[in-house]
Design a binder for this molecule. Structure first.
Ligand code: NAP
Length: 381
C-alpha cells in the first residue's frame, strides 16, 4: 500500500528474495493517487531531476509480469484496511508521512504560514494541493528548519527562471516564483550549525545560485562537529561548517536576494508583517496505521520522516526478507482478485506519455497534469 520509493523497494526486495528461495509472488502496488512514485513525484524538488531518475528502476518493476499497479484506490473510500489485509497473504504499509508537523507557537495558523509538504506538493503538481501562496507580495521569507527540505524550499524560491528551465516545476508555480519580489530568505535553525542535518552537496548548492548570495554571521560558526558523533556524521558536519565559513566571506548585496542562515533562533511566535511568507520545514507526521498479523510497515511509515531514498532501499529490502519468511509458512489464499477495476500501469503510462509530450514542446522533462479530472481522463485513454 503506497507506490512511493519504499513501496517499490519492498516489491523489489520480495522479487529478488523469492526468485532465490521460494514461492511465486503476485504483488499489487496500490496508491490513492492515479500516479505512482509518491515523494519522488510530489516531494523531491523539481530541479533535482537526477534524483527523480530513480523512477526508471521502478518502471522496470512495473513491467514485471507478476507486478500490478493500481492507482486511484483510496482506503476508506474504495476499500477498508481490513478488507485489504484479509485479501492478501501479506500487506506492506508504505504510506509515508504526509502531514506537516506543527511548530506549536501562536500565529502558526496565519495565512502566510505554510507547511513544507503543502508548499512542495503545490509546486510539484500534487492534485490535492493546487493552490500556492500569493507570492506577488512576498519580499521577505522565513524558512524554518535546518534539514534538506528547508534547503529545497529556500533554493526553489531563490532560483531564477533560467535555473528552473529544465525542471518539471508546475508552470504556474514557476511563473509565480520568477515574478515574486523576493529580497531576503532567512533559513532559521533552532540549534547551531554543528547540528544541522543538511547533506554536503545540498548545502554547497546554496553557494552557486545566480540571483541569491548565501550569507552567515561568522560568529555563529565558532563550532565543531560533536566529538561523540559517529565518523560519517562528524565528517558531514565538518564539511558543512567549512561550506558555511565560505558563505561567511560573501558580500551582502552582491546578488538581488540575500539568503541568510540564522542559527540558535527558536521561533516563539509568528506575527503578521515580520515576514511575508513563512515555510515550516520541521518534519512530518502520519495517520494511524493498521497493525496485525501479516502486516508490515516500511519507509517513513515505519521509521518516521528521516532518511534519503537510498536509506529506504536498504530498509525495504530488510523488511521484504521478513515478509518472505512469514509467507513461507503460510498456505496461500485462494485466487479471488481483490482489486476493483481502476488505473493500471498502462493508465499511468498514458499520463506519463502525455506529460512528457507536453514538456518536450517547451524543452522540459515533463509538464504535469495537476487536476484529478485530467489525470483520470488521460489514464482512461
Ligand atoms: P530533518 O532533516 O529531520 O530536518 C528537520 C529540521 O526541523 C531539523 O533541523 C529540526 O531541528 C527542525 N525542527 C524540528 N522541530 C522543530 C521545531 N519545533 N522548531 C524549530 N525547528 C524544528 O527533516 P527534513 O528536512 O524534513 O527532511 C526529511 C528527510 O528527507 C531527511 O532525511 C532529508 O535528508 C531527506 N531529504 C533529502 C533530500 C536530498 O537528499 N536532497 C531532500 C529533501 C529531504 P533539530 O535538529 O533541532 O530537531
Amino acid at each position: 500500500m503506497g507506490a512511493g520509493p519504499s513501496g517499490f523497494y519492498a516489491a523489489d526486495g520480495l522479487l529478488r528474495g523469492s526468485s532465490v528461495s521460494g514461492p511465486t509472488l503476485h504483488i499489487d502496488i496500490i496508491d490513492r493517487l492515479p500516479t505512482p512514485f509518491g515523494l519522488v513525484r510530489a516531494g523531491v524538488a523539481p530541479d533535482h531531476q537526477g534524483t527523480k531518475a530513480i523512477v526508471r528502476q521502478f518502471e522496470k518493476l512495473l513491467a514485471q509480469p507478476n507486478v500490478r499497479f493500481r492507482g486511484n484506490l483510496e482506503i476508506g473510500r474504495d476499500k477498508t484496511w481490513d478488507e485489504i489485509i484479509a485479501a492478501y497473504d501479506a500487506t506492506i504499509v508504505a504510506t509515508g508521512m504526509v502531514l506537516d508537523r506543527k511548530l506549536g507557537v501562536p500565529g502558526e495558523e496565519l495565512p502566510h504560514v505554510w507547511g513544507s509538504w503543502r508548499f512542495v506538493a503545490w509546486l510539484n503538481g500534487h492534485p490535492d494541493f493546487r493552490t500556492g501562496p500569493d507570492l506577488g507580495v512576498v519580499k521577505r521569507v522565513a524558512v524554518i528548519g535546518n534539514g534538506n527540505v528547508a534547503l529545497d524550499v529556500a533554493r526553489l524560491l531563490a532560483k531564477s527562471a533560467d535555473e528552473m528551465a529544465k525542471s518539471d516545476i508546475v508552470p504556474e508555480a514557476g511563473a509565480a516564483i520568477a515574478a515574486a519580489p523576493i529580497e531576503a530568505i532567512d533559513i532559521i535553525g533552532r540549534r547551531g550549525p554543528e547540528h544541522a542535518s543538511f547533506t554536503n552537496n545540498e548545502l554547497a548548492e546554496m553557494g552557486r545560485l545566480s540571483r541569491a548570495v548565501a550569507l552567515v554571521d561568522a560568529k555563529a560558526l565558532e563550532a565543531t562537529a560533536p566529538a561523540d558523533d559517529p565518523t560519517p556524521e562528524r565528517l558531514r558536519k565538518t564539511k558543512n561548517l567549512d561550506t558555511l565559513r565560505a558563505f561567511a566571506g560573501n558580500t551582502a548585496g552582491a546578488k538581488p536576494i540575500a539568503l541568510r542562515f540564522l542559527f540558535h533562533t527558536t521561533p516563539a511566535e509568528i506575527r503578521q508583517g515580520e515576514y511575508d511568507l513563512v515555510v515550516t520545514c520541521i518534519g512530518y507526521g502520519g495517520t494511524e496505521l493498521p497493525k496485525g498479523e501479516g502486516v508490515f510497515a516500511v519507509g517513513w511509515a515505519r521509521r518516521g520522516p528521516s532518511g534519503t531514498i537510498p536509506t529506504n532501499r536498504a530498509d525495504s529490502h530488510a523488511v521484504a526478507q521478513q515478509v518472505l519468511a512469514w509467507l513461507k509458512d503460510r498456505v496461500p489464499r485462494d485466487g479471488v482478485d481483490p482489486l476493483p477495476p481502476g488505473i493500471d500501469a498502462a493508465g499511468w503510462q498514458r499520463i506519463d506519455k502525455a506529460e512528457i509530450a507536453a514538456g518536450a514542446a517547451e524543452g522540459r522533462p515533463r509538464i504535469k497534469l495537476t487536476d484529478w479530472a485530467s489525470l483520470l481522463k488521460v489514464a482512461g485513454g
